[in-house]
Ligand binder design. Structure first.
Ligand code: CA
Length: 431
């Protein structure tokens, strides 16, 4: 799915050590028999230029793999017949949580069908889910939401050969170092667990199983949820869900606390205060006039929260807590974590958002998003690399520009703002 997910700088050696120390939790009750989702058929890999160079990489990488403790037998099993995946760059460019407007992303992520399916899963796993919740402290609705977001509850675990997609990214492109580490971990996964290679399907990014772990994250977090002595997140929902809970707990999940909730900002509010990275005690937000979405006073308490305006000052506002940050460790995109939180709320019977989205704003193309960054740079701001991904640095630069123009500094890029910005950048260049 995404290259951003589960990025772990941990050296391979460290993850091997960590894997060796993993403790076995008490087994959860095994749910009523469920037909395991049929593994998605692996589509034929399209032909790609540079095949000889890819095969040379596969031969060379064997030396690295063997040095890391992989046997030639494991290596040959993994790489037998693999070819490069031609569509990788396209997939990197089109990650929906970065390339679509947040409301459109949420429309499909938190659709009526997905909410209904989530409620069905809560019933179907009425023994397993509370058991994992009790053991881990992570709300079962959050686990089901992650399961739904990642693979539609195990229905689509990715159509790529895990080794082919990681080897392609290890062989070429911008994430070679990352992919090489993941490829080594994937080989270790095969060697330790002896899964059928045909079962080892993954997303284009190399995330696998019902809750989509990258191989290094598997070694760091995965756990045996059904107590059968093996961890198989492809076929065991208990293993997949317990592993997600383990990741969230390790990344700071706070039992019984909310991920966040919709809030209401006062009419005259400096939108620049809304920043995912700027946490304040709830009392400070209350003093600035922030209320709950329905206009009630914020609950008392000194929990630290950040204020987030995913679609700028004209869209809904959210107060976000530590649990939101833990979900972002699953996938480092705020829109993803927001979708998980909102889906969890909706399956628990929560209402839809109070505020509407600015749906009249049109989608910016990748070229326009890059133009945003280049124009900001031309005006002396630092939007980070001009990669078309409007992340934290770009938002901060845009806020500073909006402030200089005396307009609501919400850091939200719109088509009209792009025109103004390009005009200013043009005049600055001609001076
Ligand atoms: Ca198991």
């Amino acid at each position: 799915m995404r290259l951003t997910k589960h990025l772990q700088p941990t050296a391979f050696v460290l993850l091997l050590l960590a894997a060796g120390c993993a403790r076995t939790p008490a087994p959860a009750p095994v749910p009523a028999p469920l037909p395991a989702p049929a593994p998605a058929p692996i589509p034929p890999l399209p032909a790609m230029g540079g095949d000889a160079s890819f095969q040379a990489f596969i031969r060379d990488f064997e030396v690295t793999a063997i040095a890391a403790g992989i046997t030639p037998q494991t290596y040959n099993r993994a790489v037998a017949g693999i070819a490069p995946v031609a569509t990788i760059q396209q997939s990197i460019d089109n990650q929906p949580e970065f390339s679509r407007p947040v409301w459109s992303y949420l429309d499909s992520a938190v659709s009526a069908r997905r909410i209904a399916d989530a409620k069905f899963m809560l019933t179907r796993y009425a023994d397993l889910l509370p058991a994992i919740e009790t053991r881990s402290g992570v709300a079962k609705e959050i686990l089901v939401a992650i399961w739904g977001m990642e693979t539609d509850y195990g229905a689509s675990t990715g159509g790529y050969n895990l080794f082919a997609t990681l080897a392609t990214q290890a062989w070429t492109g911008s994430r070679q170092e990352f992919a090489r580490r993941e490829l080594l971990a994937a080989l270790k996964l095969l060697q330790d667990n002896n899964y059928p290679v045909s079962q080892m399907t993954a997303s284009w990014a190399g995330a696998f199983g019902q809750t989509q772990f990258m191989p290094t994250s598997f070694f760091k977090y995965a756990t045996d949820g059904d107590g059968d002595g093996k961890i198989d997140i492809w076929t065991s929902p208990a293993d997949a869900l317990a592993s997600s809970a383990s990741l969230l707990v390790r990344e700071g999940w706070q039992t019984g606390k909310p991920w966040g909730y919709e809030a209401k900002i006062p009419a005259l509010f400096d939108a620049a205060e809304a920043d995912l990275d700027a946490e304040k005690p709830l009392s400070a937000w209350a003093a600035m006039g922030i209320q709950t979405a329905s206009g009630a006073a914020l609950p008392a308490g000194e929990d630290s929260a950040s204020l987030y305006l995913p679609a700028g000052a004209r869209g809904p506002a959210f107060l976000l807590f530590a649990n939101f940050r833990a979900i972002m460790k699953y996938n480092n995109a705020a829109s993803y974590a927001l979708a998980v939180g909102l889906l969890a709320d909706r399956m628990a019977g929560g209402a839809d958002l109070v505020a509407g989205w600015p749906r009249d704003e049109r989608t910016l193309s990748r070229a326009e998003r890059e133009q945003f960054q280049n124009s900001l740079k031309a005006l002396g701001y630092d939007p980070g690399e001009a990669d078309g991904v409007l992340g934290r640095k770009t938002r901060a630069a845009l806020k500073a520009y909006q402030k200089s123009k005396g307009i609501a500094a919400d850091g939200f890029p719109t088509a009209s703002l792009l025109v103004t910005l390009a005009g200013d950048a043009g005049s600055a260049a001609s001076r």
